[in-house]
Design a binder for this molecule. Structure first.
Ligand code: NIG
Ligand code: FE
Length: 409
């Protein structure tokens, strides 16, 4: 018997995965005047509200959606929520007046290294508390699943501490969390060859049981393409899926070298080359892009129109981190994507649901509302779903369900 029945849904959005390729497809699977039935945390039935009596027996608990919008809970496939969230105000001010760039600050030993210091100094309890608050913020804007990276530890024991923190949050918070080890910056007191060797031979085998994914910051201010390839090979050998920060601060020919290795996704791509786009297309690599990061750093936007032309699937993400994108509002990301990447609103919706589900290999049970998938959905007090993305930072009233239970309201 069904446990929960959501009735009187003005717009029920399934948001299924569209077929591969670049044919335009504006279908988001909308049922007007719909109903959604949940059994044992999974979607048992969905359809028109007038068909409820024919399809649902017994007397399940009923919720009246009051003619509002129901859509899949959102998924953010790229965050750095395990770092200490403050301490980068100097960087911000310097960049406002154009005195220094993000890469310039990093070259002088600031940026990510400042956050490594702040994170190392913070107690476990403090990090738990601040990261938990950030997760609540994500839920307030409709995110039910997110990926969380380490990367502010540097040394093995500090990276492990961050991974542990992420796994503790995964078991104590209602959010579904996918843990990732991120090789973020080079060590300043040992040679780069030695540090990469440590990552390959020691860190990755040691972390393998505690993470699902491995990431590398492949950039002129971090790991080279060759070093990144060594780390990817080690990660794939341990059956981890791989997602790489690529071509962010300058053209680095990273995407064309890394996509053929079988990485699941590449992130940033503000400076991707045409050869990189071809390689992503040929290897069916997902592009994860961050409009709020471009806003925050006065950096170029990732070339969304070229991705669409090539039939590359795009996921939008906050890239939450204290330095380049301190933003936990995925709806604001959608607003910026619409305005600055010129993304149609139905694509914005797909890019925060089913596409990030694919990037995290979760599409068999999350990312869209379909029979058999988990009952992870949001009820938004809206008449028209498009108003999710017409607001500059305002979030409508929301109830977020995880496996058919209220997780946030
Ligand atoms: O995705 N650029 C690399 N990593 C993060 C920024 C981290 C930081 O600045 O603290 C990013 O933008
Ligand atoms: Fe990032």
């Amino acid at each position: 018997m069904v446990d929960l029945l959501i009735r009187n849904i003005g717009q029920l959005l399934s948001v299924p995965l569209k077929p591969k390729g670049n044919e335009p497809c504006d279908k988001i699977g909308m049922i007007k005047n719909g109903a959604l039935a949940i059994k044992n945390g999974k979607i048992e039935w969905m359809g028109a509200d007038c068909d409820v009596a024919k399809n649902i027996s017994g007397s399940p608990r009923e919720i009246d959606a009051k003619n509002h919008v129901v859509c899949p809970a959102f998924i953010d496939a790229h965050t750095h929520i395990s770092g200490y969230p403050y301490g980068r105000a100097d960087d911000f001010e310097v960049r406002i007046f154009g005195e220094e760039s993000y890469a310039g600050i990093a070259r002088k030993g600031g940026g990510i290294r400042t956050t490594i210091q702040c994170t190392q100094q913070a107690s476990d309890a403090e990090l738990q508390r601040v990261s938990g608050t950030i997760l609540d913020e994500f839920m307030r804007h409709g995110v039910g699943t997110l990926e969380a990276k380490s990367g502010y530890g540097l040394e093995k024991e500090h990276e492990m501490r961050q991974i542990k923190l992420i796994n503790e949050l995964a078991s104590s918070h209602a959010m579904t969390i996918i843990p990732t080890y991120l090789a973020h910056v080079l060590h300043s007191s040992i040679s780069r060859e030695e540090y990469v060797a440590q990552i390959v031979k020691d860190f990755i085998p040691h972390f393998a049981a505690h993470v699902k994914c491995v990431d590398v910051f492949c950039d002129a201010i971090a790991f080279s393409v060759t070093e990144t390839q060594q780390i990817i090979t080690a990660a794939l050998d341990k059956h981890k899926f791989v997602s790489i920060h690529a071509d962010q601060t300058s053209p680095f020919a990273a995407a064309e070298a890394l996509a053929p290795m079988g990485v699941s996704s590449l992130s940033h791509l503000e400076n991707i080359s045409d050869a990189g786009i071809r390689a992503m297309k040929e290897n069916d690599t997902i592009a994860i892009v961050f409009p709020t990061c471009s806003v925050h750093l006065n950096a170029p936007y990732s070339p969304y129109e070229k991705f669409v032309e090539a039939g590359i699937r795009v996921a939008l993400s906050t890239d939450w981190n204290p330095g380049s994108s301190p933003c936990s509002n995925i709806l604001l990301v959608g607003y910026f994507a619409a305005k600055y990447l010129r993304m149609p609103l139905h694509e914005v919706l797909r890019s925060i649901t089913v596409h990030p589900a694919c990037a995290l290999h979760l599409e068999s049970h999350l990312g869209s509302l379909e029979v058999g998938k988990e009952g992870d959905f949001c009820i938004f007090e809206l008449q028209d779903w498009r108003d999710l993305f017409t607001q500059c930072g305002n979030t409508p009233r929301i109830t977020l369900y995880k496996k058919g239970e209220v997780a946030f309201c």
